[in-house]
Design a protein around this ligand. Structure first.
Ligand code: PGA
Length: 255
């Protein structure tokens, strides 16, 4: 198995039903799949759009669909939540877990994220597991240790078989939505370290695991980041909401 190159668009809490459908239709019209080549594209819309977008993309195998979160239980009295089983039942492909906004606003920690990951993998979905340090943690020089601890806590109980379905996204919190992108050197250093930690946990399987960078990736900085050998693609927030920007970023990885 070779490492997949992946561009994932995280729409967060943006787009009404009509706006979301229009954005995907525009991508379907304009995205040149020959140019996309081996790059895997993932779209992660809000929950209400998961089913219609999965259906729209049914005949476009190069574009997968991910939920932005799920609950760790399969069903039950958890008002407002959706489960991995429900996400699987509409034929979506993946779930983003541990995004810094979930960690910050919804107080999710790595032991909860590990439970959610179990549920997602048990339903034969892929996981995009997000990790990353805060500005304070980088300023004090703790960034490498912080990210390593997140990875070791969240991934400790998973097998090499599970690892085949786990994508890691390194997203420094200070770069998310701020316009302040990590330099290639900062991102590259962390990605190389993440790969070492993954090798320690999963052995050779880690060589096949994709590690994405996220945090203010834009058309004008994507190519430089993606040129680093340990950066296998990007998790894109703001720029995934505009089809031209998202397509430019996909092409930057496909070169
Ligand atoms: P951004 O968000 O590209 O808007 O910085 C990235 C993310 O949160 O996944």
């Amino acid at each position: 198995m070779v490492r997949k190159k992946i561009v994932a668009g995280n729409w967060k809490m943006n787009k009404s039903y009509d706006e979301g459908i229009a954005l995907v239709e525009q991508l379907l019209d304009e995205l040149d799949m020959d140019k996309v080549g081996e790059t895997h594209v993932i779209i992660s819309p809000p929950s209400v759009l998961l089913q219609p977008i999965t259906e729209l993309l049914m005949f476009t195998p190069g574009i997968a669909v991910a939920a932005q979160n799920c609950h760790q239980e399969e069903s039950g009295a958890y008002t407002g939540e959706i489960s991995a089983r429900m996400i699987k039942s509409i034929d979506a492909d993946a779930v983003i877990l541990g995004h810094s906004e979930r960690r910050e606003y919804f107080k999710e920690d790595d032991s909860l994220i590990a439970k959610k990951m179990k549920a997602v993998l048990a339903n034969e979905l892929m996981v995009i597991y997000c990790c990353g340090e805060s500005f304070e943690e980088r300023k004090t020089g703790n960034h490498i240790a912080v990210v390593e601890k997140q990875l070791r806590t969240a991934l400790a109980d998973f097998s090499t078989k599970d690892a085949e379905n786990i994508i890691v996204a390194y997203e420094p919190v200070w770069a998310i939505g701020t316009g302040e992108v990590a330099t290639v050197q900062q991102a590259g250093e962390m990605h190389t370290h993440i790969r070492k930690v993954l090798a320690d946990i999963f052995g050779d399987t880690s060589q096949n695991m994709s590690i994405l960078y996220g945090g203010s990736v834009k058309p004008d900085n994507a190519a430089e980041l993606f040129a680093h050998p340990d950066i296998d693609g990007g998790l894109i927030g703001g720029a995934s909401l505009k089809s031209n920007d998202f397509m430019s970023i996909i092409y930057a990885l496909s070169k």
